[in-house]
Design a protein around this ligand. Structure first.
Ligand SMILES: *Cc1c(COP(=O)(O)O)cnc(C)c1O
Ligand SMILES: [Zn+2]
Length: 568
């Protein structure tokens, strides 16, 4: 794919002002609108807004354009996938990062900075690393390590911020102004890179789709693909542009809602498993709206359960394990079969599922640890657990656990939990029983607990810290009382316990999650903690109507598991 350019102007899509790229590569200096690039003449080859265009150093081949044969047959339509997860870092964003990083160099900036929680960070880091320009990635404190590993290995500087993604974005914009830095992200030069998607389709001999489904976060990829199509048409290469279909998760759909209202919407609180499209403030909304209007397009959403189903279906039928975001096209297609029957549709499969292993773990029952004993393994296979595990995909919490035969050890463990809960005067509901049984089933029934917590007491101060006194026993020794403080009850208790246990097994608490199963005040609470020592992580759960007790259980269990694993 040879690239040139015929000269271009950078203009604002809102007020039309022509901007100077040496002053801004992000927002219009006049009105704050987003920018667009127009070339002086249409050309057959792709045009990039660079003085000199180096070949992509990381990308060796086009991403596959693949007929999804089984799904086509199943649903009576002609379905294709563009396998964008075949890009160098596993995501389409590389097309844009390739151009953005070169632009940053051309403008003579000293470093690149961006805010991201995942794919964008990995992708920009990869190109910045190759082209040897420093890269600063601003990430929220909660960003999962797995998403940052790529950025780290590509030598980016990771700046973790106490706050959420919007906070990071704001800070990063200020940081960009504090030096000679190039602010990367969902901006106009990225769009120019990402339109290469269409030129690849053209070279692959197929652009004449009836519909093209694009999962939307900021809308930049949609805008880029639509722009690519318009350029190909203007150059006389094609004569038809597909109807564009903008798709988002139902639980987070500011762009789809905005399309119906014809006005941009911003949502502060994002909540979907499709984290790659969980963008609160969709920068390129107006470009998406224009694309939908001009192509007589459509916009749909799909529920979280539909995403899980389609993600699994794509993997099982076609062999492609993608991110939850890429499941939205198939899910929305299936929800609207009347519209799409017999049509030629292209799904943009934006990113690899390998970066979303945590989603699979979260929505499936994990396999219990079994003793190294063939008989016990046979028992396990016949227990009924495996069928239940397979059926439980995406609806772990709604599947029956009644029919599972637990072995003696697990039954004993389960009864201990139930007695303990009953002693607090609570009867378990059906749903709670299922969750508890699955939790127990995932536990090692032969675990030795080196630490016991015998009692604890909390003192709350009106405006200050919480003090905890915890009575515990380590390795069957003397009872000790540990006193410590924390910013809340959970923090205080853990700090007090760790003050003693760290001396024989120091563990870092790297994550904890509290899940309340029902709206009732006596609901069963599941606490999951993730502990770390020297690169090993241990995740364990506790269950109780009392959150602190569930936390203590989870921590002690995690400590026991870590102790066993590390002393073998
Ligand atoms: C970034 C991303 C999207 C969303 O693209 P936008 O350009 O933000 O609309 C979709 N899927 C994956 C896998 C992504 O990384
Ligand atoms: Zn403007």
């Amino acid at each position: 794919m040879k690239a040139t350019n015929s000269g271009y102007t950078l203009s604002c899509i809102m007020c039309g002002k022509v901007n100077d790229e040496r002053k801004t590569s992000t927002y219009c200096t006049e009105c704050g609108g987003v920018l667009d690039i127009e070339y002086n003449e249409a050309r057959k080859e792709i045009q990039y807004p660079l003085e000199e265009i180096k070949p992509d150093p990381l990308k060796n081949h086009f991403t596959s354009l693949k007929k999804l044969k089984r799904l086509s047959e199943k649903y009576g339509a002609e379905l294709y996938g563009k396998l964008e997860f075949e890009n160098p870092t596993g995501c389409f964003k590389d097309r844009g990062s390739y151009i953005e990083v070169q632009k940053a160099l051309e403008l003579g900036t000293d470093a690149i900075c961006l805010a991201s929680t995942g794919n964008m960070a990995a992708s920009v880091a990869a190109y910045a690393c190759y082209f040897k320009i420093p890269c600063f990635v601003f990430v929220p404190e909660k960003a999962p390590e797995v998403k940052l590993a790529q950025a780290t290995i590509f030598d980016a500087t990771i700046i973790k911020i106490k706050g959420d993604f919007m906070e990071c974005e704001k800070l990063c914009r200020e940081f960009a102004k504090s030096g000679n830095y190039y602010l990367a992200g969902d901006y106009v030069f990225r769009q120019e890179g990402q339109k290469s998607f269409c030129y690849e389709l053209y070279d692959q001999g197929m652009t004449d789709f009836d519909y093209i489904f694009v999962p939307i976060g900021a809308g930049t990829n949609f805008a880029a693909i639509y722009k690519g199509y318009k350029e190909l048409k203007a150059a006389g290469q094609i004569d038809k542009i597909p109807h564009f279909v903008a798709v988002q998760p139902e639980q987070h759909s500011p762009v789809v809602e905005g399309i119906f209202k014809k006005d941009k919407m911003v949502k502060e609180h994002v909540n979907t498993m499709a984290d790659a499209v969980a963008v609160g403030d969709p920068l390129d909304f107006y470009k998406v709206l224009r694309g939908i209007e001009e192509t007589d397009g459509l916009a749909f959403t799909a529920t979280e359960n539909e995403l899980l189903d389609s993600m699994k279906e794509m993997t099982m039928e076609e062999g492609h394990f993608t991110e939850p975001a890429c499941a939205i096209p198939l899910a929305t297609f299936k929800n609207n079969l009347d519209t799409f029957k017999g049509k030629k549709c292209l799904f943009v499969l934006t990113g690899t599922g390998l970066k979303s292993a945590h989603i699979v773990a979260k929505y499936s029952l994990s396999s219990p640890v079994l003793p190294a004993n063939l008989e016990r393994i046979q028992q396990y296979i016949e227990s009924g657990f495996i069928d239940m595990q397979k059926e439980s995909w995406g609806q772990t919490r709604n599947t029956g656990f009644e029919n599972v035969n637990m072995d003696e050890g697990h039954m004993k463990l389960y009864n201990e939990y139930v007695n303990n809960i009953n002693r607090k005067g609570k009867t378990l509901k059906e749903e709670e029983i299922r969750v508890l049984r699955s939790l127990v089933y995932n536990e090692d029934a032969d675990l030795d607990y080196p630490v016991e917590v015998l009692d604890y007491k909390l003192t709350m101060r009106k405006h200050g810290l919480v003090s905890a006194a915890v009575k515990l026993r380590i390795n069957g020794g003397e009872e000790v009382i540990s006193l410590d403080q924390g910013v809340g009850p959970m923090d205080a208790i853990l700090t007090a316990i760790k003050a003693e246990t760290d001396s024989f097994l120091p563990l870092e608490v790297i994550d904890h999650e509290v899940e309340i199963l029902s709206p009732d005040t006596d609901s069963l609470v599941i606490v999951t903690v993730t502990l770390e020592k020297e690169g090993h992580t241990f995740t364990s759960k506790g269950a109780s109507p009392d959150t602190l007790e569930a936390l203590i259980q989870a921590f002690l269990k995690g400590l026991a598991v870590a102790n066993k694993a590390l002393t073998v």
